[in-house]
Design a protein around this ligand. Structure first.
Ligand code: G3H
Ligand code: 13P
Ligand code: ZN
Length: 330
């Protein structure tokens, strides 16, 4: 058992308090390998942004729990070496069982999500409460979820959004003692968030997806004023990356994300954590495809993972500065 404080990590409590007050959101970037971790830390140090290093249960299996513990400690030291001691949270993304949350806490996580959103309400409350009681003993913060995002969340597949019911949030927060709440207002996981037929076209013919349900967000904020809100599924699916991937042999169809101006708008509210994974995957894939296609003789992984890391870094700096507003908040 190692406590995250020994690793130099922080939990999310203070970061969220400041973010809600300051009208910005902390980036929660998923990672599962060294290059992604390097890009996140390089970008957030350069932007002077606090950051949440986010690990799904699949990513944990992929990377190995012991390596992740040392990678997170390494991230803290790496940031210092780069010249700025940014606050770093190590967070479990979409934890689905009490046991997984316990194990992550034992391996140095400073924050966990228990995602009981696919269970009936009372079961979600009971499971979330159990995780909170355990996590708070170690000063680990807990994110819960109400409502279901369309698409795939770990092993749970939903055809339609089940928007968060604003009338439930006060009761859920009170009964569970969670530190933050993920809500469903129209975002979804992956690179295909909307079908083209759900979108309209702007004057340049660019597809414009239906807006997020800011009315539900407002109603939620009315009921739990200032309480930290989390948005999952918040990749914007940059079309230049999609074009690059497809140009160099990829086959992504109807890839549509959440427009950045809507995320900027959300970040000004009590939304204080915005989850981004797919955009990073697209950036890496675009860079790797471009190198391998232009230079077919390359077989040194550094020759394509290096450019992929640079592309990721550029993307993350942009997110901090221009979308979430977290630059210079560390
Ligand atoms: O919410 C989902 C995240 O993008 C993590 O995805 O389970 O494929 O690692 P993953
Ligand atoms: P995206 O698939 O939109 O990047 O969402 C990631 C996420 O919500 C991780 O929990
Ligand atoms: Zn998610």
């Amino acid at each position: 058992m190692v406590n995250y404080k020994e690793l130099g990590l922080v939990n999310s409590r203070e970061l969220f308090k400041k973010a809600v007050k300051g009208g910005y959101a902390i980036p929660a970037f998923n990672f599962n390998n060294m290059e992604q971790m390097q890009a996140i830390i390089q970008a957030c140090v350069e932007a002077k942004s606090p950051v949440i290093l986010q690990v799904s249960s699949g990513a944990r299996k992929y990377a190995n729990q012991t390596l992740l513990r040392y990678m997170a400690q390494g991230a803290v030291e790496y940031a210092k070496e780069l010249g700025y001691n940014i606050p770093i949270v190590l967070h479990l993304d979409h934890g689905d069982t009490f046991e997984l949350c316990v194990s992550c806490i034992e391996y140095g996580f400073s924050s966990v999500m228990i995602d009981g959103s696919s269970h009936p309400y009372d079961e979600n409350v009971a499971l979330t409460r159990k995780v909170v009681d355990y996590a708070h003993k170690y000063d680990v913060t807990v994110e819960g979820e109400l409502g279901v995002l369309a698409g795939i969340e770990e092993d749970v597949k939903a055809a339609e959004h089940i928007y968060t019911r604003a009338e439930d949030v006060e009761d859920f927060v009170k009964k569970t003692g969670v530190d933050s709440l993920a809500i469903s207002i129209g975002t979804s996981h992956g690179a295909n968030k909307f079908k083209p037929e759900q979108c309209t076209r702007d004057k340049d013919g660019i597809l414009v997806p239906p807006p997020l349900r800011f009315d539900i967000l407002k109603e939620i904020e009315k009921r739990i004023p200032g309480f930290p809100i989390v948005l999952h599924g918040s990749s914007s699916v940059p079309q230049d990356l999609v074009k690059t991937i497809n140009h160099y042999g990829g086959n992504l169809k109807d890839a549509i994300g959440i427009p950045e101006d809507q995320l900027r708008e959300a970040a000004k509210s009590a939304v204080c954590k915005i989850n981004i994974d797919s955009d990073g995957r697209l950036a890496m894939t675009a860079a790797v495809r471009e190198v391998l296609s232009n230079e077919p003789a390359v077989f040194d992984p550094r020759k394509y993972l290096g450019p992929a890391r640079d592309k990721l870094k550029e993307l993350y700096i942009h997110k901090c500065k221009d979308v979430l507003g977290s630059a210079n908040k560390a």
